[in-house]
Design a protein around this ligand. Structure first.
Ligand SMILES: [Zn+2]
Length: 245
């Protein structure tokens, strides 16, 4: 539901706080029409953002900043970014400049917000963080090796096994929140960060593999904080692991 005139003060406050504290600019699509300096009275228009979504965005940003140690550390890692909603089929699209969320009725949740912010963090490092994670966990990416593995009939139908995804990403260790055909090192990094921020939620996601004969050994763990991926993200956040830019 678009932002109404009655919501606008609260919406403006959230946008202002995100800009002032975290360097996150929301592309504002609500308000009186006309130029910002000369609004035309009684021409209110709400756009794609809802107050709910702004609150979820604010919570995701604050949760990640807390995990990183402070708002300043957040801005250092992520850079100053823009967030907008656009018509597209992906739920979210991250780049070094910020995040575009889909304007469709699929609404965002905090998991998605942190996931996309983690992609921005990776992008801001020249995508070196996900490469470092791949190396740290003993994985590699080899598209030809994927074709060979598939050709020999060693891939599962849902393409969850290492190297069976479209990218030929042979993940090392246990992925943070499962793996499917779209899994690759960038998704691995984004999910590793999100799981670091929301360990209880990711546990619910991997618990579905606990009793699964086929995937228990590949995709289940009992405690995220005991995994290599947790240690990697913790090292980045605490500065004990450095990845040069
Ligand atoms: Zn992603």
């Amino acid at each position: 539901m678009a932002i109404t005139r009655a919501d606008s003060q609260q919406a403006d406050q959230i946008a202002q706080g995100l800009a002032d504290i975290y360097g996150v600019t929301i592309q504002k699509d609500w308000g009186e029409q006309g130029a910002e300096a000369v609004p035309i009275p009684d021409t209110w228009a709400g756009g794609e953002w809802s107050l709910d979504e702004l609150q979820i965005l604010q919570k995701g940003v604050a949760d990640l900043a807390r995990a990183m140690g402070s708002p300043d550390r957040f801005t250092e890692n992520i850079g100053r970014i823009n967030i907008s909603q656009v018509e597209m089929k992906h739920r979210g699209l991250a780049s070094v400049h910020g995040i575009k969320f889909t304007a469709s009725s699929i609404s965002i949740d905090t998991w998605t917000v942190v996931h996309e912010l983690a992609h921005v963090w990776d992008a801001n490092s020249g995508w070196r963080l996900s490469k470092a994670l791949e190396f740290y966990t003993g994985g590699y990416t080899n598209w030809v090796a994927m074709l060979v593995k598939k050709g020999r009939g060693n891939c599962d139908e849902s393409r969850r096994r290492p190297g069976c995804n479209r990218s030929g990403y042979f993940y090392g260790g246990v992925p943070p929140a499962g793996s499917d055909q779209n899994f690759n090192r960038r998704e691995d990094f984004a999910e590793s960060v999100t799981s670091y921020v929301y360990p209880a939620e990711v546990q619910r996601r991997v618990d579905r593999f606990k009793e699964d004969d086929e995937y228990q050994g590949l995709l289940y763990y009992a405690d995220y904080t005991q995994t290599q991926r947790w240690a990697f993200v913790d090292g980045l956040v605490k500065g004990t692991i450095e990845v040069s830019r």
